[in-house]
Design a protein around this ligand. Structure first.
Ligand SMILES: *[C@@H]1O[C@H](CO)[C@@H](O)[C@H](O)[C@H]1NC(C)=O
Ligand SMILES: *[C@@H]1O[C@H](CO)[C@@H](O)[C@H](O)[C@H]1NC(C)=O
Length: 361
């Protein structure tokens, strides 16, 4: 059994809201939801400068933020990147309202499942909520791979299950086996009211930080295999889990999509840039010169086979435009581990959550 790492409790009068919102079923699978019945595609649009953003100040309002994403604390001084708002072409996103969100999820639980990009979005959401009610009671705890930020006055749990492949890695006599057909980790996902899955970045990992020695698919145990095929096979296992285990009247299911990296300036028409260092502004158009990553096609094709409703949070293109949003040398590893994969907070994942908010409220 895991151990509780720490818990913080802040006590002050709770806020009271008289706002009854029905926990309604999401939109059709694979399609962008409509906002107010407008049929608007929330994922096609552009970034616009808006001095009323960011939605919170991580350094002031978010004491629990992890160093990995705390770019300003780590020395980043240019702040223009925090003042952009995502503007879908055909409609306007509603601004995130933390109290409405908490009211909708009163007594309910939300779980992000995936790798550090899930942690990025989980931290963003906890900051967005906490900054609106900084003095309300909360409890941050961790048991095993599951971190929980609980808003005690609402009974709302915002959780993170760190599970980088979604399918299982099992220690056996021959070594650590990545089992593409096995998804025992799913036990932790039952009974949750909203699940947001993600996996991708670890599928291409090789060498000493690859956390498995063999890969098992069907009855075959191999030393390695085509990584895109492995990714697809695992997604199919996950899709079958969703169809078998999700009751759509109880649980909303989202997939985070493919969060892009910026390590090659040729892809944004700046061939001299070797990574995202020094990028201070987004691309202001609607498309990315380097195109979409192939993993997104694989993900979309698997999602189209799921029978239960799953909504793709299709954040790839809007995030591709944000070459300025990564920690670069202001991340966990400093200049030696140039981080152009994760995102500064406050920052781009706040928009992922703002879109999520628009999809569910
Ligand atoms: C905080 O979370 C821990 C771990 O789940 C739990 O043991 C503890 O009772 C919680 N505290 C409060 C005040 O809810
Ligand atoms: C960057 O992308 C271009 C265009 O796809 C490619 O030709 C080039 O090899 C890439 N550079 C690196 C360092 O990967």
């Amino acid at each position: 059994m895991g151990v509780r790492v720490h818990s913080n409790i802040f006590i002050l009068p709770s806020l009271f809201l008289v706002l009854a919102l029905v926990f309604h079923q999401g939109n059709a699978k694979g399609k962008a939801a409509s906002v107010s019945g407008s049929g608007c595609d929330l994922f096609t649009g552009k970034w616009v400068f808006d001095p009323s953003y960011p939605l919170y100040s991580a350094s002031a309002a978010c004491p629990f933020i992890e160093r990995e994403f705390a770019c300003q604390k780590n020395g980043r001084q240019d702040l223009l990147y925090t003042h952009y708002r995502w503007h879908p072409l055909d409609c306007t996103l509603s601004r995130f309202n933390a109290l409405k969100f908490l009211e909708k999820f009163r007594g309910k639980s939300i779980m992000f499942v995936g790798d550090s990009l899930s942690r990025n979005q989980w931290q963003s959401l906890t900051c967005m909520l906490h900054s609106a009610i900084p003095n309300a009671k909360n409890n941050l705890s961790r048991v095993g791979d599951v971190s929980t930020f609980e808003f005690l006055d609402y009974g709302t749990k915002v959780m993170l299950d760190r599970n980088v492949y979604l399918v299982d890695v099992v220690k056996e006599k021959i070594g650590r086996v990545l089992k593409l057909d096995s998804i025992q980790g799913g036990k932790l996902w039952k009974g949750i009211d909203m699940l947001i899955f993600n996996t991708w970045h670890w599928w291409n990992r090789r060498g000493p930080t690859q956390p498995w020695d063999f890969v098992k698919v069907g009855d075959a145990i191999k030393k390695d295999m085509d990584r895109m095929l492995a990714f697809e096979t695992a997604l199919r296992t996950w899709a079958a889990w969703v169809d078998e285990n999700i009751d759509p009247t109880e649980t909303l299911v989202f997939f985070q999509g493919i969060s892009p990296s910026h390590y090659n300036g040729t892809l944004w028409n700046e061939p001299k840039a070797k990574n995202c260092l020094g990028q201070k502004q987004p691309l202001l158009g609607t498309t990315y010169p380097g195109g979409l990553p192939p993993a997104l096609d694989v993900l979309k094709s698997v999602l189209s086979t799921v029978k239960k409703p799953v909504t793709l949070l299709d954040i790839t293109m809007l995030s591709l435009l944000r070459k300025d949003g990564h920690p670069s040398k202001y991340g966990l590893g400093g200049p030696t581990a140039m981080d152009c994969s994760h995102w500064c907070l406050e920052g781009v994942p706040d928009t992922w959550n703002e879109i999520l908010y628009n999809l569910i409220l």
